[in-house]
Design a protein around this ligand. Structure first.
Ligand code: AMP
Length: 215
């Protein structure tokens, strides 16, 4: 059983890299932002609570996040392990997490802020199935349409210059201390996220001493 955390600013490729790793190793990919987006789209009570906060690029309250993560992990559908993406994002969440789970590694994707801005503005999401695209190097076959389900591609509500600036500030002030906690426990592998996605995945595999990525 393997348990990983993946960290990195928005647009650093956490989702893409998590999916590549999870599908090969049979891990469950838990993306906390996706859980919240699903709730917003489906007009649940949680969705109503987080919608504005998310759209502004701010962090949702710790109690709410910890409840959602605790519920998701308590489903125990992760026989071979999990990779969690988007959590923990501050010191309190890190402590909550470390109290309940031992982890095998923290993947830290590193990307300069200027590159993040370029990637985030090019990001598109399928309204139907949630598949991620990037107009720089992962465009859909037909403009504005999801390859997988034919759904409409839209920009995330929080992928605006204003919300991105807030998210980057949040990340640097709140999430960097989380990395320090994990670094002290020697869990962290830092990976340069600028190369293409296959190269980044390969670098993750080598750093974690996992079998090579075959594409
Ligand atoms: P993401 O898709 O990871 O960029 O998350 C989208 C949004 O969901 C964030 O900007 C936050 O508003 C919220 N969110 C996701 N994960 C967390 C977390 N661990 N703590 C607080 N808010 C979160």
């Amino acid at each position: 059983m393997r348990k990983y955390v993946i960290m990195g600013v928005q647009g650093s490729g956490k989702g893409t890299q998590s999916v590549l790793l999870a599908s090969d190793l049979d891990l469950v990919h838990i993306a906390v932002g996706d859980i919240f987006r699903w709730n917003v789209q489906n007009h649940t009570k949680i969705g109503a609570q987080v919608r504005r906060t998310m759209a502004a690029g701010e962090l949702v309250s710790d109690d709410l996040v910890e409840g959602v993560v605790g519920d998701r992990l308590s489903q125990h559908d992760w026989n071979y392990g999990f990779i969690i993406d988007g959590f923990p994002r501050n010191e309190r969440q890190a402590e909550f997490f470390l109290e309940s789970y031992d982890i095998d590694g923290v993947i830290h994707l590193e990307l300069p802020d200027s590159e993040i801005r370029r990637r985030v503005m090019a990001r598109r999401l399928c309204e139907g199935c949630g598949m991620d695209y990037n107009l720089i190097d992962n465009s859909p076959r037909a403009d504005g349409t999801c390859d997988a389900c034919g759904g409409k591609l839209v920009q995330r509500e929080d992928d605006t210059e204003e919300a991105l600036a807030v998210r980057l500030r949040e990340y640097h002030t709140k999430t960097n201390p989380v990395l320090d906690i994990f670094r002290r426990k020697e869990y962290v592998v830092s990976i340069d996220a600028r190369p293409d996605k296959d190269q980044v995945q390969q670098a993750i595999r080598s750093a974690l001493r996992l079998p090579p990525y075959c594409g």
